[in-house]
Design a protein around this ligand. Structure first.
Ligand code: IVH
Length: 680
């Protein structure tokens, strides 16, 4: 045996010591090494690697952080698709699931199951080759996800190398990334101190973190990861034959497996597990929204198979949303960018589903009237994980004597002009186009990510600009000078200069972003893209809305709502003034040379496709891209207006619907032929 040169041997030894210590600390939660010793060994490794870069290996602890910020994330196809789970909420849902399972398997009696906590985080797919972590991706649409390997490498409980003597050629691991409650609170406290917007809950914070371009930011957020699914090559010797063994395999390979999983012999045990965790979960340091029950035997799992989107052999048992009583203090009103007035209840703060809640939406005037709210009322507030809080009912028997009924004001709380409610509409509007609330909303929308994407113009700054009368329209943003901006609260010369530069640069943004940024009702990002393609300038679009609204509906194939909304928008004098002002500022309001502009008519223009089932050679997103490139549209549901349904293997209800409506059905080959004909 040849012995390694001393530096190489020492580097190997250090890696092993550090890796073992980190595993004990982050995965087993049983520290083995003093922090100071760890730090010393880590520094020694860093110095050795700095002097001999050839000694750096991909699984070195030094390689967790240090990646350069990414430009964006690429999309990758999952080796094995990530499925979702069907939900059950009641014992009878669970019974029904179990009966179906017995029937499909043609069995009677007890089936052993594994009960796991349903971690309320974000699913990740990790790929290992020859034992090394080579890729980590988000769930995405289940077929393709975003490749976020650099970010996932920073998660201390994700092994960079499997702790196995002879790792299989490839290993696919699925699990949940999460931010523990305490870390979440610390992140939000820091954000509050910096005047940044707060994350709504740990799950959102985790999702946002995983999509951070800079792995250093991810590292600082201290994410955690629980592994729960294992896929191995078919011929792997001593591969697990049950979910329980899979969890043990994962643990032995160095993953953190949630310690609360249990092997459950029958349905009664499942029910007890579920009930026990309904209270038990409150003491956990992270959020769970239910339990996941999985058939234990992998061969039986195979036999049970899948429905359209979920395995038959597993089910998520979800806990009901949390409710809590509180005392109603007052009614506030929010005026949105389109002038819609939303009543909001403000009440004594209550802890609910992991956050403290003191405001809840009342949706609209009808809902407000239905609840019959009075100041001082005891109300019941509900919140489920990521769902926004709501007032569910009023305990009117507890109403204090003489309590005053709460109603929507007659006038806009922001500008004092009279509020309008059109007949047959739920929404109440402020129709004053210079209402400061509407203006603030319009400005926020204009600079948002999907629109002009201007950095450095946050809600607080917009508020100052509007409140001080410095900005009365979108166009006014472009007349702001750096000296004036620098004099505002929490601004400095540097940030003011950057903002002026960012605004100037935004004039070069694509035409569809400008169109979306105008905030026209019904013109979201997708519609703006389609419109911008068909009408390569604002002038074209204005002319079309006024003279040939059918040319607009032709782009969408459906509904005059968008056409009508565009017509109204372009006919409004204030909007005409805005367009003229933007033009004078140098906005082209038209497709640039590198943008496609109007696509030429193809035989697929105006045709709507629905994709269902899995196609033999193409992923669904690839098929969609091809159809769209040829001028067609892809929609999610089948109607009489659908031109074609493209059906693959295991196509389900969409196919039967197409057949019953007499919509033409194609297979992959048929689609390809049509595309070829369309381009010719
Ligand atoms: S198993 C086919 N196990 O819940 C297997 N999922 O609603 C599908 N989740 O996308 C996943 N904890 O993000 C599984 N112990 C657990 C889980 C779990 C949380 C999430 C996962 C999945 C979603 C489905």
């Amino acid at each position: 045996m040849s012995s390694a040169p001393p530096n190489q041997a020492r580097a190997g030894e250090l890696r092993q010591l550090l890796q073992r210590a980190a595993h004990a600390y982050y995965v087993l939660d049983a520290p083995e090494m003093e922090d100071s010793v760890y730090d010393r060994l880590y520094r020694e490794l860093l110095e050795l690697e700095a002097a001999h870069p050839e000694l750096i290996t991909p699984d070195s602890p030094s390689q967790r952080v240090g990646g350069a910020p990414a430009e964006g994330f690429s999309s990758v196809e999952h080796r094995i698709g990530l499925l979702s789970l069907d939900n059950a909420f009641t014992p009878s849902d669970l019974d029904a699931w179990y009966s179906r399972l017995l029937k499909v398997l043609d069995r009677t009696g007890d089936l052993a199951m594994v009960g796991e906590l349903k971690i309320d985080g974000n699913a990740l797919a990790l790929s290992y080759e020859q034992g090394l972590l080579v890729q980590a991706a988000t769930r995405g649409d289940g077929e393709r996800g975003e490749q976020i390997t650099g970010n996932v490498r920073t998660i201390a409980s994700v092994p960079l190398r499997l702790q196995l003597e002879n790792p299989p050629a490839w290993v696919e691991v699925r699990g949940e990334a999460l931010i523990p409650d305490e870390t979440f609170a610390a992140i939000n406290a820091e954000r509050a101190a910096r005047g940044e917007t707060l994350f709504a809950n740990p799950r959102n914070a985790c999702a946002g973190t995983l999509r951070q371009l800079d792995p250093k930011v991810v590292a600082a957020r201290r994410l955690d990861f629980f592994a729960y699914t294992l896929h191995l090559p078919k011929d792997t010797p001593q591969g697990p034959s049950s979910q329980w063994q899979s969890l043990q395999w994962l643990q032995a390979a160095g993953f953190k497996v949630n310690p609360n999983a249990e092997l459950l012999p029958n349905l009664a045990a499942v029910q007890a597990f579920f009930s026990a965790w309904d209270t038990g979960r409150r003491a956990l340091p992270y959020a769970t929204d239910g339990v996941v029950v999985k058939l234990n035997d992998l061969r039986l799992q195979d036999a049970a198979g899948f429905t359209q989107k979920a395995p038959r052999w597993a089910i998520a048992l979800k806990y009901a949303a949390e409710e809590a009583p509180s005392i109603l203090l007052r009614l506030a009103c929010q005026v949105g960018r389109t002038g819609v007035v939303t009543p909001v209840a403000e009440f004594e703060p209550v802890p609910l589903a992991g956050t403290t809640v003191s405001r809840a939406t009342l949706h609209n005037a009808d809902r407000l009237a239905e609840l019959d709210l009075h100041a001082g009322d005891t109300i019941v507030v509900r919140k489920a994980g990521e769902i926004i809080p709501e007032v569910v009912r009023v305990l009117s028997e507890l109403r204090p004597a003489g309590a005053v009924r709460l109603e929507l004001p007659q006038v806009c709380p922001e500008c004092g002009s009279e509020l309008v409610r059109e007949q047959g509409e739920a929404a109440t509007h402020c129709v004053n186009s210079s209402c400061p609330a509407i203006l603030r909303g319009a400005l926020r929308h204009w600079v948002s990510k999907g629109a002009l994407d201007v950095d450095g113009l946050g809600a607080k700054l917009i508020e100052q600009l509007v409140d001080r009368g410095l900005v009365g329209s979108i166009a006014d943003l472009y007349g702001l000078d750096a000296a004036l901006l620098a004099s505002l609260e929490r601004m400095g010369t540097k940030s003011a200069d950057n903002l002026v530069a960012a605004l100037a640069a935004s004039k070069q943004q694509a035409w569809h972003r400008q169109l979306y940024g105008l905030g026209i009702h019904h013109v979201g990002e997708v519609n703006a893209k389609a419109l911008a393609k068909a009408f390569p300038s604002a002038a074209d679009l204005a002319t079309a809305t006024a003279s040939t609204p059918e040319s607009i509906t032709a782009v969408f194939g459906i509904g005059g709502e968008i056409a009508q909304s565009l017509q109204q928008w372009f006919a409004t004098p204030a909007n005409q003034l805005l367009l003229r002002a933007l033009e004078q500022l140098g906005f082209p309001l038209a497709a640039g040379p590198e943008e496609p502009g109007a696509i030429s008519e193809t035989s697929l223009t105006g045709q709507t496709f629905v994709l269902t089932g899995s196609l033999p050679t193409m992923s669904r997103s690839a098929a969609q891209a091809l159809i769209e490139a040829a001028g067609g549209k892809v929609s999610g549901s089948v109607s009489k207006k659908t031109s074609f349904v493209v059906a693959g293997e295991e196509a389900g209800s969409k196919l039967s619907k197409a057949e019953s409506l007499g919509v033409a059905v194609l297979d992959e080959a048929g689609l390809l032929e049509l595309l070829k004909a369309g381009s010719g």
